[in-house]
Design a protein around this ligand. Structure first.
Ligand SMILES: *[C@@H]1O[C@H](CO)[C@@H](O)[C@H](O)[C@H]1NC(C)=O
Ligand SMILES: *[C@@H]1O[C@H](CO)[C@@H](O)[C@H](O)[C@H]1NC(C)=O
Ligand SMILES: *[C@@H]1O[C@H](CO)[C@@H](O)[C@H](O)[C@H]1NC(C)=O
Ligand SMILES: *[C@@H]1O[C@H](CO)[C@@H](O)[C@H](O)[C@H]1NC(C)=O
Ligand SMILES: *[C@@H]1O[C@H](CO)[C@@H](O)[C@H](O)[C@H]1NC(C)=O
Ligand SMILES: *[C@@H]1O[C@H](CO)[C@@H](O)[C@H](O)[C@H]1NC(C)=O
Ligand SMILES: *[C@@H]1O[C@H](CO)[C@@H](O)[C@H](O)[C@H]1NC(C)=O
Ligand SMILES: *[C@@H]1O[C@H](CO)[C@@H](O)[C@H](O)[C@H]1NC(C)=O
Ligand SMILES: *[C@@H]1O[C@H](CO)[C@@H](O)[C@H](O)[C@H]1NC(C)=O
Ligand SMILES: *[C@@H]1O[C@H](CO)[C@@H](O)[C@H](O)[C@H]1NC(C)=O
Ligand SMILES: [Cu+2]
Length: 571
């Protein structure tokens, strides 16, 4: 390149940087094209085809301002049925394009297309999108950055840079094979072979070092990490060597700044985290590793790394050291962190429901079905088939038609009402052992119907059935809820509500129900439609740890479900 051309480009760059930094608006788009297709990727010395959006893994980032409405044209150029979900986007009065397969829509078949409207309202911070059919979300996912609205700013000084940190799980084999094999065996699906940070496993895995994710920083600057846990089955600890992490947001709502050595994040959750690059210019490892509380459960026990690389430090003094992470079974460390996240009611006025019209208490359980006569392989514990349930119902997802359209068009036989509001059997949910007869749930497609405007208190009670209990990240579509209480042991409705936090609870869409414990949330049912409620550990979802809330129409037109878009995929 000639000297003058280079000079010209340099000047252009400087001017565009000045323009960018003085700009209060970010670069956003109102229309996106998502082409779902296979692409070849090499990780851990093996090459395989994975399903992607636009050939990218992780997929493209969606950038919007608070309150925007966008359209995403989803083209299915792959071999499988697919749907896309906008995780944590409340989609007021628009369940039609929310995405969960056979819950709100029929899948987009190979060769098909669906134009999905995504309506942002109160969300601000980080969310993500992902496939919501079978296990496709393992590789079909990406971040959503929601910038402050017009004339508004962050509740902290504007960060110098914003970087997505997306955790994933990588299997050497095709994830569809992993799923199919586990359904055929009745046992637990194989653990993943690697954890990834922005698609890369990092230095500690075979053939990965040259592509390790690098975060380049300048000393003295502050960066906003937009952290997404897109892993399938792993709650994760994450930390950066010699640096503190300041959590300022969770699930696209700002939170009271909280500075820690590590974070704990479950599948489905997102966090906005400030990183102050305030150390000696050098290279520092970031690392993510599993938190897995279930006794004896096999899990991916590997460590993903990335590198924080200060500019002007081309020759780091020595190999960087790994940050300290809590032990894989340190429930205390996980919950000390999770329970400390608080809302910011002064800046973002809270309206925590205080008069509750609808109480729902539901167990979340791992279960087993006895081996049916004639079946060859039952590799669950003691020759059973693994399952899971809420209030002892293992949810059977319809496979011919979706619940939302069945509800809207009054089509019988797709779902039934009457999801129980309380556990059908009261026992010591968190005992050390149980009669075997408690292990087997019922099968059903039961939904809970809520009146428009009801104020709901929903308590999740973990049980220790089959395997002694573990944590469950429960996710609700269409709403954010206030997490008003957590506890270990059995929930006691005359005792525990007295200690609820109604002052500054965090407003989340995914919460972690502690191992051998419970968690309570409250929300206002003001979004008519059909909304999925499920564990975000993919294998639990596969086994039936889910249900559906149907919120009926309110009185006025603005509280009523509008008709579906004309191009709803057909079954
Ligand atoms: C933003 O600020 C400008 C200038 O003060 C004002 O004209 C405009 O109405 C504001 N917009 C909104 C949405 O508040
Ligand atoms: C699952 O793991 C077993 C044991 O390591 C292995 O034989 C099998 O091929 C794996 N299945 C898949 C689909 O990767
Ligand atoms: C995890 O892996 C480390 C070695 O990498 C090993 O020392 C430790 O025992 C493993 N833990 C579990 C629970 O498998
Ligand atoms: C965690 O695991 C270690 C060994 O891997 C064990 O020594 C320790 O007791 C466990 N802690 C808890 C809380 O289960
Ligand atoms: C396995 O099944 C046998 C016979 O049904 C039963 O006696 C035993 O308690 C079971 N063990 C477990 C761990 O479920
Ligand atoms: C339930 O079981 C646990 C574990 O054995 C025990 O600590 C607790 O006291 C029991 N609770 C009740 C109400 O019996
Ligand atoms: C679930 O329902 C089945 C079938 O009615 C029953 O056998 C089992 O004991 C129930 N389990 C629990 C935990 O309620
Ligand atoms: C619930 O708490 C109340 C008040 O502390 C207590 O009297 C009652 O025994 C508890 N119920 C159970 C089932 O533990
Ligand atoms: C709908 O409109 C009515 C009357 O105009 C108003 O009272 C109500 O708050 C509105 N509801 C929503 C959800 O905007
Ligand atoms: C894809 O979706 C269609 C429509 O619901 C369904 O009939 C078909 O069985 C699905 N294919 C697979 C492989 O699940
Ligand atoms: Cu779960």
């Amino acid at each position: 390149m000639s000297f003058y051309k280079e000079l010209f480009l340099q000047i252009l760059l400087i001017f565009s940087l000045i323009a960018l930094s003085s700009q209060t608006r970010y670069q956003t788009k109102s229309h996106y094209n998502f082409v779902v297709k296979e692409a070849r990727y090499t990780r851990l010395c093996c090459t395989k085809n994975i399903l992607t959006v636009n050939g990218q893994f992780p997929g493209p980032t969606i950038r919007v301002h608070k309150g925007d409405t966008i359209y995403v044209n989803v083209y299915n150029k792959g071999k499988y049925n697919i749907t896309i979900h906008w995780h944590g986007v409340k989609q007021p009065r628009n369940p039609w394009t929310d995405g969960p397969e056979y819950i709100t829509q029929c899948p987009i078949k190979p060769g098909g297309k669906f134009r999905q409207k995504v309506i942002f309202s109160e969300e601000e911070g980080t969310l993500w999108w992902h496939a919501h059919s079978d296990w496709a979300r393992a590789t079909v996912h990406g971040a959503i950055n929601i910038y402050p609205g017009i004339n508004s700013t962050y509740p902290f000084p504007k960060p110098y840079g914003e970087i997505p940190i997306i955790f994933g799980e990588w299997w050497k084999n095709d994830v569809n094979k992993v799923l199919t094999e586990s359904l055929e065996s009745g046992g637990a699906p194989n653990s993943s072979d690697a954890i990834t940070i922005n698609g890369q496993p990092g230095d500690l895995y075979l053939c990965s070092k040259s592509e390790t994710f690098k975060l380049r920083v300048e000393q003295g600057r502050t960066y906003l990490l937009r952290v997404v846990n897109a892993a399938m089955n792993l709650i994760l600890f994450f930390s950066i060597s010699k640096h503190k992490l300041t959590v300022v947001g969770a699930d696209a709502m700002y939170t009271k700044p909280m500075t820690r050595d590590y974070i704990c994040i479950s599948p489905g959750q997102t966090m906005d985290v400030l990183l102050h690059a305030n150390q000696e210019p050098s290279h520092y490892y970031m690392a993510a590793r599993a938190y897995s509380s279930a006794a004896g459960l096999e899990f991916d026990n590997t460590t993903a790394t990335g590198i924080v690389q200060y500019s002007w430090s081309h020759t780091p003094l020595s190999t960087p050291s790994l940050p300290h992470l809590p032990n894989y079974n340190d429930t205390q460390a996980a919950f000390d962190f999770i329970r400390s996240i608080r809302g910011l009611p002064k800046k973002y006025p809270h309206e925590v429901p205080t008069k509750i019209t609808t109480h729902v208490i539901t167990t979340v359980s791992i279960n087993t079905f006895p081996c049916p006569n004639g079946r060859q392989t039952c590799e669950g514990p003691n020759g059973t088939i693994l399952s899971s349930s809420m209030n002892n119902i293992s949810f059977q997802t319809p496979n011919k038609f979706d619940i939302l359209e069945a509800y809207y068009y009054h089509i019988n036989g797709v779902f039934s009402k009457g999801f129980p509001s309380f556990p059908p059997l009261i026992f010591n949910f968190t005992a050390d052992s149980f009669p075997l007869t408690l292990n087997t749930p019922k099968r059903g497609t039961k939904v809970k119907v809520l009146k428009y405007g009801s104020t709901v208190e929903l308590v999740f009670q973990g049980t220790n059935l089959v395997g002694g209990g573990l944590d469950h990240p429960m996710h609700l579509h269409g709403f954010s809820f206030y997490v008003v209480g957590y506890g270990f042991g059995n929930f006691n409705k005359s005792k525990h509500p007295m200690n609820y936090n109604l002052i500054d609870p965090p407003l989340l869409n995914t919460l972690m129900v502690p191992k051998s414990g419970w968690a309570a949330v409250r929300f206002l049912a003001s979004n008519p439609g059909v909304w999925f409620l499920h564990c975000h550990l993919e294998r639990h979802l596969t086994w039936g740890m889910e249900t559906v809330f149907i919120v009926k129409n309110g009185k006025s037109l603005n509280e009523t479900l509008p008709p579906p878009p004309p191009d709803m995929p057909l079954c």
